[in-house]
Ligand binder design. Structure first.
Ligand code: SF4
Ligand code: SF4
Ligand code: SF4
Length: 222
């Protein structure tokens, strides 16, 4: 492929996280290498500081410490577009403590790539759409759509819990395909019927369990 001259600059920064979302970039080395035709990629995760302006900053993780909050704010000031990577950055994720603000309450976020971890194809689509000046959009349907397309038995109908009806699809219902329920790592789908979901969950489990279930990956229901 011919190299494109006007590459955009893309910086990678990490807050409190397990680090696996950025590892998804390596899931398809071919695609990752092709990204270099469009982006100059600066991996700042070791330095954990941002020293100049970038077109795009991808932030993985939840800002927990004062240093991380300052870093997120500095990243915002030094870039045109901030992409939050994974449920830690999107919802607070598994590291979110009670009463801690999420990344989107700390800085303005332009795009969220949901999931724990993120979906490699969505990452590439998002970066290519941004490169060509197009608005990147996530799918609107629920995980149930993918779950049923994949021929799984419905866990809710069997009296078990599952957050599929309110969760945004895009993971190919990977947990359901393995017999596990959806825990909502991709966040809410648009117009999710939360009241109805809570009623169903309470029928299948205690109120406390139902409430715990919706906070595993952060503030799914705010
Ligand atoms: S969203 Fe999940 S995989 Fe990604 S950094 Fe957080 S804990 Fe790790
Ligand atoms: S198992 Fe869960 S995701 Fe699948 S159809 Fe039932 S509620 Fe939806
Ligand atoms: S099925 Fe639910 S919990 Fe599992 S990856 Fe998909 S959105 Fe996340």
């Amino acid at each position: 492929m011919t190299l494109i001259n006007n590459k955009k600059s893309l910086a990678l920064l990490k807050l409190t996280s397990c680090g696996s979302c950025f590892d998804v970039m390596k899931d398809s080395m071919d695609d990752f290498l092709k990204l270099h035709n469009f982006y100059n990629i600066f991996d700042l995760r070791d330095k954990n500081k941002i020293d100049k302006k970038y077109d795009i900053v991808m932030l993985e993780g939840h800002p927990r410490t004062r240093g991380e909050i300052a870093l997120a704010k500095l990243a915002r000031r030094n870039t045109k577009i901030v992409i939050a990577i994974g449920s830690c950055a999107h919802l607070g994720g598994v590291y979110l403590q009670k009463n801690e603000p999420t990344l989107d309450k700390t800085i303005r976020v332009d795009y969220n790539l949901p999931g724990c971890p993120i979906n490699h194809r969505e990452l590439i689509s998002c970066l290519m759409d941004i490169y060509w000046g197009k608005k990147f959009r996530l799918p609107d349907l629920s995980v149930c759509f993918e779950c049923q397309k994949n021929g799984n038995d419905c866990l809710l109908k069997k009296g078990q819990h599952c957050l599929g009806p309110i969760t945004r699809m895009g993971c190919d219902s990977i947990c359901l395909n393995c017999g596990e329920s959806c825990l909502g790592c991709r966040g809410l789908k648009p117009d999710a019927n939360i009241d109805k979901m809570q009623d169903i969950l309470k029928q299948n489990s205690s109120e406390k369990d139902a409430s715990n279930l919706t906070t595993i990956f952060g503030k799914l229901i705010k």
